[in-house]
Design a protein around this ligand. Structure first.
Ligand SMILES: [Zn+2]
Length: 694
């Protein structure tokens, strides 16, 4: 979550464009579209001139099943869902409404305000982002209702929608926010203007009016929350609230010249365009899509449409939502410029700017040229690699691209991000989530507190773990796709097909589908054969080996008239692999199947308040102490010595061998041997993912 103005309690240091450097990333899906074009930049850029919206929906190749038809029945993702649900249930509705009511001059009903990025305007340190988490919470509640049938979550969110509608009425009927319009006035007045310089210091004058933090970013969360409450929780009042908000955003943006609107878009604005496109489809009003088009940041999309990576220096999570918006815009209009933006962006980020966990960003920024990830990691200023919001949004974007193509390799990426960067960044039982999943050796995982953090990633966190069932099964006219190995049930009501997936994956290296009801007509089952398998897997149908199988990276398709009791089982044998940074073969990470392994380096210096914290981790060099930094600051504790490995290139299993516990390994013959376990299982311990292997 970018804060470009600085000087306040919630600000974080901005990185300038940093480090020049070396090379690259190991994503699973070989990018089809990475090559830099040799053609010169044309005189007229793809998005020059006004953008004309004309609705013409593109038919997808595959669609996800509605979450209401899929249930996760057990396993680690079910645990994560429950922990998140517990955290959400502990946050009182009136606390989440406090800032909105206060902004509208309504009674706050004796509620205690929240802290962190939700700090109210009672004192002098109000957060300019206040209200953002409440928007996420509405989305998460709607998702939880759809994914788990959680009636209590729906009832609480219904109450919040009703109360927020009163706030909206009080504020004039359109604008709905927990902060006053003054932030938008400042956004309008100061965008495109240089910040006044203090002649005494020669630096930006800290007392001069500054751009607000990110007002449209916050409005987007609330708008999306209302849309989700309508779409997933059938709350019609939420649709009316969303339409009022969209009407306000339409009028506000239409009152600016296009050139000035482009200046305004230099302040983070989240997924405004995506939400407006979605609303346009839901209520059939093209005006919202036209308003959404005003949130097209041409400086960002033009190079992408030309398949040029000019991402260096950009704030990462400001821009992933813009690629999602482009994907959505393509789907509702068929405009291939937007397709190319989303498609190229995904391949570039996944293929050239991601770590082994599929996480991306470093201090929230891309600091280097593509395929220079070893340099990116080594020049980390502090420990703040791989912001969790980025993974949340990249998973969203991946769903769009899979829907267009049905290419199973998108789920190699999805699976690796899900099992390493999402599972494992929620704290057991408490349900607290992370801001960054650090990949700096010797660091540890840090988490939000109960009611004093509310980072951007706390917001995307409550959404993520409320929708873990949304991508397991997909469908087209011929049948279904099984993309993830998660114990679950599917009820394809329209076809009369029901099935159960039985697996202890990833602890168990196999999965099975059991049909529990079936129609008397053929249906294709397409089982994803992950790219991390070495060979085509053994598959059995009702205990007998199938003649057919499929190579890793494809689908095994079985079409037949199914009957209740049919059981397909697929072996998923995992192997140990090393994955080097392409720009530095000596910098390696290790995986077991899709699971990123990390070495347990002990718990030296780790106290409760270093694991749970209220303020964001600062971007401090490792080992540097900052006395005024409370809570979660990796860097406030001296760095520890991290062992190096000496090993011959080649067979990893010659010096990393299975240990006694499941999914656990032990190095052999090193100066200091270590135990490796899945990164997603490590909490309250220092760890290392990347190693110098010489
Ligand atoms: Zn975030």
């Amino acid at each position: 979550m970018n804060h470009s103005t600085g000087g306040q309690r919630f600000s974080r240091r901005q990185f300038g464009a940093a480090a020049a450097g070396a090379a690259a990333i190991p994503a699973v899906l070989a990018p089809p579209s990475q090559a830099q074009p040799s053609t010169p930049i044309p005189d007229k850029l793809p998005f020059d001139g006004p953008i004309e919206y004309a609705g013409a929906a593109v038919k997808p190749k595959a669609e996800p099943f509605p979450m209401t038809q899929v249930r996760i029945t057990g396993g680690p993702l079910h645990d994560a869902q429950d922990w998140n649900r517990g955290y959400m249930s502990r946050l009182a509705a009136d606390r989440l409404l406090y800032n909105f009511r206060q902004n509208a001059g309504l009674d706050v009903k004796g509620a205690t305000p929240l802290g962190g990025w939700e700090t109210p305007a009672d004192g002098t340190r109000a957060s300019e982002l206040r209200g953002h988490f409440t928007g996420h919470f509405l989305s998460a509640s709607a998702l939880l209702y759809a994914s788990a049938g959680d009636q209590a979550a729906k009832a609480k969110a219904d109450y919040m929608v009703d109360e927020l509608a009163k706030v909206q009425t009080r504020l004039g009927g359109g604008y709905l926010s927990a902060f006053p319009m003054e932030l938008f006035d400042r956004l309008d007045a100061l965008s495109g203007k240089p910040r006044p310089v203090d002649p005494a210091t020669g630096r930006a004058d800290p007392h001069a009016p500054h751009l607000p933090w990110a007002p449209f970013y916050t409005i987007h969360k609330i708008l999306a929350g209302m849309i989700d409450m309508y779409q997933l929780a059938q709350n019609r009042q939420a649709l009316a609230v969303a339409q009022g908000m969209a009407d306000w955003a339409d009028r506000w943006s239409a009152s600016k010249s296009e050139a000035h609107m482009q200046e305004i878009l230099n302040t983070e604005f989240g997924g405004m365009a995506e939400a407006l496109y979605n609303l346009s489809v839901l209520d059939g009003n093209p005006q919202w899509a036209k308003a959404g088009d005003r949130f097209t940041k041409k400086r960002f999309v033009n190079p992408l449409a030309l398949r040029r990576d000019e991402l260096r220096g950009l704030h990462v999570n400001t821009h992933i939502p813009q690629a999602i918006a482009a994907a959505r815009r393509y789907e509702i209009s068929g405009d291939t410029r937007f397709h190319d933006v989303a498609d190229y962006f995904w391949h570039e980020v996944a293929g050239a700017r991601s770590y082994v966990t599929e996480g991306t960003s470093n201090g929230e920024t891309w600091n280097v040229e593509p395929r220079r990830m070893a340099v990116e990691l080594r020049t980390t200023r502090g420990t703040a690699t791989a912001e969790c919001c980025c993974s949340y949004n990249m998973l969203k974007l991946t769903r769009h691209l899979f829907g267009w193509t049905g290419d199973p390799r998108y789920f190699d990426y999805y699976e690796r991000a899900l099992f390493n960067h999402r599972l494992g960044t929620i704290y057991p039982e408490k349900g607290y989530t992370q801001y960054y999943l650090s990949l700096v050796s010797g660091t540890w995982k840090t988490f939000n507190t109960e009611d004093g953090s509310f980072w951007c990633c706390t917001g995307t966190g409550v959404e993520e773990y409320a929708k873990l069932n949304d991508s397991i099964y997909w469908r087209d006219a011929d049948g279904l796709y099984v993309n993830l190995f998660i114990p679950s049930e599917l009820n394809w009501e329209e076809k009369g097909l029901q099935l159960r997936q039985e697996t202890g994956f990833p602890s168990q290296q196999s999965t099975a589908l059991v049909v529990t009801a079936a129609p008397p007509a053929p249906i294709a089952f397409r089982l994803r054969v992950p790219s991390w398998l070495r060979t085509a897997p053994t598959v059995t149908l009702n205990g007998r080996a199938l003649g057919a199988t499929a190579a890793p990276g494809g689908y095994l398709s079985i079409s037949r008239v199914w009957k209740a009791g049919d059981r397909i089982a697929m072996e998923l044998p995992m192997h140990l692999t090393a994955e080097a940074m392409p720009d530095d073969p000596s910098l390696q990470a290790f995986l077991y199947g899709p699971l990123v392994l990390a070495a347990d380096l002990g718990a030296e210096g780790l106290t409760e308040n270093r694991i749970f914290g209220d303020s964001a981790p600062r971007f401090m060099p490792p080992g540097q102490v900052r006395e005024d930094a409370p809570g979660v600051h990796h860097s406030a504790v001296p760095a520890i010595e991290v062992p190096r490995f000496r090993a011959a290139a080649g067979d990893v299993s010659s010096w990393i061998q299975p240990a006694d516990a499941p999914l656990t390994f032990r190095t052999a013959g090193q100066a200091k041997d270590v135990t490796l376990a899945p990164l997603n299982s490590i909490f309250g311990r220092r760890y290392a993912v990347y190693w110098e292997v010489t």
